[in-house]
Design a protein around this ligand. Sequence first.
Ligand SMILES: [Fe+2]
Length: 580
Amino acid sequence: MNILGISCFYHDSAAALLKDGVIVAAGQEERFSRKRHDSDFPARAVKYVLREAGLKPEDLDAVGFYDKPLLKFERMLSTYVATFPRSFNSFRKAMPVWVKEKLWVPSIIRRELRPYKGPIFFAEHHMSHAASAFLVSPYEESAILTVDGVGEWCTASSAVGRGSDVTLLKEVRFPHSLGLLYSAFTYYLGFKVNSAEYKVMGLAPYGKPVHFDRIMKEMVHLKPDGSFKLDMSYFSYDYGLRMTNGKFDQFFGGPPRKPETWMAEREFDIAASVQKVCEEVVLTMARHIHRETGLPNLSMAGGVALNCVANGRVIRETPFKNLFVQPAAGDAGGAVGVAHWLYNTIDKQPRGKAWTNAYLGPAFSDEEIGQYLAEAGARFEKLDDGELTRRTARAIADGNVIGWFQGRMEFGPRALGARSILADPRDPRMRDTLNMKIKFREGFRPFAPSVLEDRAAEWFDIECDSPYMLLVAQVREGKRTIPSVTHVDNSARLQTVRRADSPLYYDLISEFDKLTGVPLVINTSFNVRGEPIVCTPHDAYLCFMRTNMDHLVLGHYFLAKPDQPPLREDVDWRKLYELD
Ligand SMILES: [Fe+2]
């Protein structure tokens, strides 16, 4: 049975293909269209997953959409009515898109998937999230928490997964939303909503949560069962085009920070405060659902589940023994969720193997890469596995910055060793080098390490694996020799690497360990600021040539910057790999 899952029209649209109970391919549209957080219908991603599965649209048995547009529309209309006339501007801006696009999801799907004539199903947004977490987790039974901005009405839910079943227990409803609260603070701090929330999390350790008590007293009314209400007089996201209002400004003694301006203690303290509020709410929810279910396993999804500091506290401070957060825990993962929900929960099919890695995107053979490099006029050496990992490890240890492009692209927001930029974590200047010369981004954000799974506990205070870089743990005291991946509070957001999932990456880090005694490297996503992570050899080569990266490793090809001729912008890579 072949099921296509789709999520789109909000942010990060994506497609996933479930073949006989196993996701064989999944991808976010932004990687193919090269438009960051692309929310359009994921036509290119759909084309890719179908090709990867060897299918045509007419071979599909069902198509699933990750939310219910009509229910969402109803929520928006009733909110507009309730907040009229303040909502007029927002209403005027949102309506044309709804009338043109969002209300016509079934006909758009039919048009895009011609000649597909089968059924189209719609799952509730938080059911898609819950299914995306539990049904690919390694647990037979699990408590489930989903927390995000908003779906139709629901903004957070608790659920229980047993076998192929997912049962929703309780929900928090719009406008009360932890995700939107976090986004409101993101907006107030001068960052982009729906994309820069992780920057606020990165800022938090520089400040003190001095506003925490006041926020919990006046803005967020949290109950012991994890449900909460926001005092909406501080916010305008339910009716306006801004997230916060004058009362919010008064609360923090000034207007929102202008983007790209100087930040100081005040901004750090506000970031630290909202981060602590987020952790407090998530911990309260987790403790409550543990009391209710008594289960040792927790699966989480929704945008807030990408808050790896909160996740780290859930695993350390609640009675749950195990935590699973899938790599595309945000809305992109909804495409996976709805497909699994249709197959397992609705059609009552048994579950397949749990996910152990995020490599669900396109791969490129050495032949394809070689053909591209020849066309681009690039100079390279071709090396075998052993020589490739040794040379790359040596280059990293010598202070070089490496573009590392191997195998299938990751699904989800993190680069996990398939489309990564790698560097030496021991060099205290490496953070600035990477920020200024490669990523062209703000200097405050820490980098993250990829560590050999079997050596992680030696370096970090962690007892479980973290294959998707979604947990934060303290660097152990005797191991504070890796300044470029250690945050000011001595924490690190780490990825544990298993040889079974990515043998070449594991071997590379092992070689680096042999040279330096450090079983980890800096791993940051292979892109520059504002661009999606690279997908094809062409994307990678362009990024390599346009930044101060020293080496590029594409499959078995090893490239050095000084050897390269000037960049030719006219190579038509689409001929090589038809993504359009
Ligand atoms: Fe969501």
